[in-house]
Design a protein around this ligand. Sequence first.
Ligand SMILES: [Fe+2]
Length: 449
Amino acid sequence: MALFNLKKLLLKKDTSRLIDELVDSLGVDILIRDSVGNSLYGDEVSGPLVPPPPVGVPIVSEGQAVGWVYGDDGKTAVIASALNYLVKTEVEKKALATEALDKYNELTMLYDFVERVNAFNVREIGDFLIKQVLVQIHADNVSVMVYNEKTGSLEVIAASGTCVESETTLKLGMGIAGSVVLTGKAEIINDCLSDKRYISRNNISSLICAPIKTKEKTIGVVSAGTIKPYNYTANDLKFFSTLVSQAAFAIDNARLYEHLKEAFITTINTLADTIEKRDPYTGGHTKRVMNYSALIGEGLGLSTRDMKRLELASILHDIGKIGVSDNVLLKTSRLTEEEFDEIKMHPVYGQEILSHIEELKDVIPGIKSHHERVDGKGYPDGLMGEEIDLIARIIAVADSFDAMTSDRPYRKGLSLEAALEELRKCSGTQFDTKVVEAFLNAYKKNSIN
Ligand SMILES: [Fe+2]
């Protein structure tokens, strides 16, 4: 690992100001040198003080001296300990920023891959397969079951008519379908009622059943049956098995896609957590904003698609903070105008980051506009009223409510009632009236506490 760069830390305005102030207030004369004797503070001459004379105090990072503070007074140690603290914080912050970037790269790669995989879902493929079976094979009931590794059961993912074997889930080995999955061999049963394995109450007389097999394993089963007695032939079985095997690859791909989607959501959550870790005072903020947003969305009767968009946008609303420097983001005292301008860039950075991920394109407006105000006085674009994406108007209320009710190092959070009053006061200027109303209703219903 590279040695910590003490020179870079000392060149930072905040650090050099702090050292100057300490030197002044303590009234000491000090020299700071790096680990090989280059002068960093207090003198122009580099060289002969390394190895350190008895008065040198080391500045240590990860067990190694990265520099030395020299002075003729015991107070030198005070400055050295301030510097040691700054070095330690700097190392911790860097580790977090790297973690966030790593996660971001992981996310992009994951999505690039997902985009290349056929994106039909398992149910759509099941429905398509059933249509084909009904056209090609004599049957009035067809069901497609897929093995769920988590539950260890076969589950119906699509059916036409009643399920061929009345249960919607079967343990492996149960019923004819469960037994076909175990053996991996297609079967014809022309007299179901005399087959002991048959567990249906659906009066199916004859059925044909084929396993859904990938190269490595059996992942499910398709059953087709008739209520009136019918004699399925070996030819029917061959044709049926071919149809099923064609769907097997698509079903397997779709399952992979669904697993990736789950992994993607998990990665997004981890990414959001990583961002939060940079600012310990906002712990749990993302989760609360997500919960408040969901309650507002439900109250406004958003569609399933918009609820999903809202969920992702609320998790990722501050992702652009990755692009804001730590000394501004983590500053606890009042921000200067320039510093505030830098913070105000985070919705734009968020847009830039997410524009690389095709699947998240429709989440961007919710992120880019979450600091807009309905009266047009927000940022970054000064949009007004309904020009602002509804998802962003919802997050604005959820985000502000949480910010108002959370404690910060420099102030105590407002009480719930005071924060609600503030929302009411700003309804129609900062916030969308409908959105505030939905939030207040959710509060009345005790969904928020
Ligand atoms: Fe924000």
